[in-house]
Design a protein around this ligand. Structure first.
Ligand code: KG4
Ligand code: ZN
Length: 336
């Protein structure tokens, strides 16, 4: 039989994840060991702690992924790992494990760009999905608008000039005294708050630009909180959350729609942790429908970091004939 059975590893940030896939799009297992509890007390990911936790976890997670997929190392024909962007110490754990397996088993290895992985989560969720489409990638570290022409072919239409969308969610959440990660907390509160309560500024940048900037918005929220406190005025955190979230998603939606219309695509996808945001899904879905476009997004588990999406990219690279060498290094600032 010619099935390609990929063992894929993701360890670029605070999730140790291993997935086994059949022919790139059928997920046999997708184990995710999250370190959120370890980083919570610091209000963000501590790189040294992340690397150590990955080292402690990696072998167990590999074992669990094999067991859940009901396969052994003998069945694995292909290995993949994220090699950037991300925290270098964290990246090296998964990358070294993957290279060791490829070397020991004498099987091909593909290093994968994490951002590309987020896009491909959509291929796992939607088996019928094919390029071309415009994809909005919004995570804790990245905000990219990408035109995906074909597998492995991308045109970057815009990206953030300062904070990533998820970073803005996390920082505002922290200022509101909410837990980490902040995105899901703000999402929850926004549902009960008034999104028109406070008019926060939206940075659209120059006419026609598809770039983003969220640091001004973040500062505006912090200034608002400070001035309310100084004046002794009450702060309705549900309203702050809803108004902030609305400002973020209106910019994201407007620019994504403009890109899709300019490129003449019929489909829009979203990816990355912030793609889990219910307000974003709703507003973009509504706008897309009004223009006769289809919006697709991954389930919550596939939105945030996971190894299945990495294995999917590796499969398409593999069938195109690409192979990574075993001296591939981790690249913290790898570009798509
Ligand atoms: O893709 P991801 O798991 O990790 C990175 O590669 O960065 O994204 C994590 C980010 C965090 O900033 C988190 O606050 C945000 O995604 N996030 C959300 C939601 N769920 C996760 N942001 C807004 N709304 C959500 N429901
Ligand atoms: Zn990610």
């Amino acid at each position: 039989k010619d099935d390609i059975i990929t063992l894929a590893i993701e360890s670029s940030c605070d999730e140790t994840s291993v997935s086994i896939l059949k022919n790139g799009r059928t997920v046999l297992s997708n184990i995710i060991a999250t370190q959120i509890e370890q980083h919570k007390k610091f209000g963000g990911v501590v790189p040294e702690v992340a690397s150590r936790k990955h080292i402690e976890n990696i072998n167990f997670v590999i074992g669990e992924a094999l067991e859940e997929a009901n396969v052994t190392f003998d069945d694995i024909t292909h290995v993949a790992s994220t090699y950037g962007p991300g925290l270098v110490g964290a990246l090296l754990v998964g990358l070294s494990a993957a290279k060791a397996i490829a070397f020991a088993r004498e099987i091909p290895f593909n290093g994968v760009n994490h951002i590309e992985g987020h896009i491909y989560a959509n291929f796992i969720e939607h088996q019928e999905l094919e390029p071309p489409f415009v994809c909005l990638i919004v995570s804790g570290g990245h905000t990219h608008l990408v035109y995906m022409k074909d597998y492995g072919e991308y045109e970057i239409l815009g990206k953030t000039r300062d904070d990533a969308a998820g970073e803005a969610f996390d920082k505002v959440a922290r200022a509101l005294g909410l837990g980490y990660p902040g995105g899901p907390e703000i999402d929850k509160l926004a549902k009960i708050g008034d999104k028109e309560a406070i008019a926060f500024p939206k940075a659209y940048l120059e006419e026609g630009s598809y770039d983003f900037s969220f640091s001004g918005l973040k500062s505006a929220v912090l200034n608002y909180l400070n001035s309310q406190r100084m004046k002794g005025n009450p702060i309705v955190i549900e309203d702050v959350a809803a108004s902030f979230q609305q400002a973020v998603i209106e910019i994201l939606v407007e620019k994504t729609m403009a890109c899709a219309i300019e490129k003449g695509v019929k489909q829009i996808t979203i990816a990355g942790g912030v793609a889990a945001n219910s307000g974003l899904r709703q507003l973009l879905g509504k706008k897309a429908e009004a223009h006769g476009l289809h919006l697709k997004y991954p389930s919550l588990k596939l939105c945030t970091d996971n190894a299945a999406m990495i294995g999917c990219v590796a499969y398409y690279d593999y069938i195109k004939g690409y192979r990574s060498s075993l001296d591939l290094n981790g690249i913290p600032n790898l570009k798509i």
